[in-house]
Design a protein around this ligand. Sequence first.
Ligand code: DQA
Length: 140
Amino acid sequence: MDRIVIVNGPNLNLLGTREPEVYGRHTLADVESLCRAAAEKAGLELVFMQSNHEGEMIDAIHEARGARGLVINAGAYTHTSVALRDAVAGVSVPAVEVHISNVHAREEFRHHSYLSAVCRAVIVGAGIEGYRFAVELLAA
Ligand code: DQA
C-alpha cells in the first residue's frame, strides 16, 4: 500500500496547551486522527511522527523514500535548517510544507523557510486542517 509520511518538528508535541491563541486547542493526537481519516479515505497507509531532535527528523525523512508523499511541519527548524532542506531534496518524494499558524503574519524571522523551495506546495494559516489538505493533495 502507498504511504504518506508526516514529520512534525520541535514543540509540536505541546499542541493543545502551547500558545493556544496562536496554535489553537487541538492536540497532536487530534492532528494524527485527522490525517489518519484522510489517508484511510484515500486508501493510503499513514506514518506519523514527531521529534524535538533535528537528526531524528532527518532519519524519518530518509525513511520516507519510496512513499507517495511527505508532509512536513518542521516547526522552528523551518527557519534555520539547511540539513532538513537537503534531506527533503535528497529523497525525491513529493513534499508539502504545513504550518498551523500564518507565519507571514508573524515575526519577520518566520517569513523565510529553508523548505519551501524544495516542496511541491506550502499550506500556512489553515490551522490543523492544513494537514488534511496536504494529505488530500498528495493522494490526488
Ligand atoms: C509552526 C510555525 C513556526 O514558526 C513555529 O516555530 C512552530 C510552529 C506552525 O505550525 O505554525 O513551531 O511551524
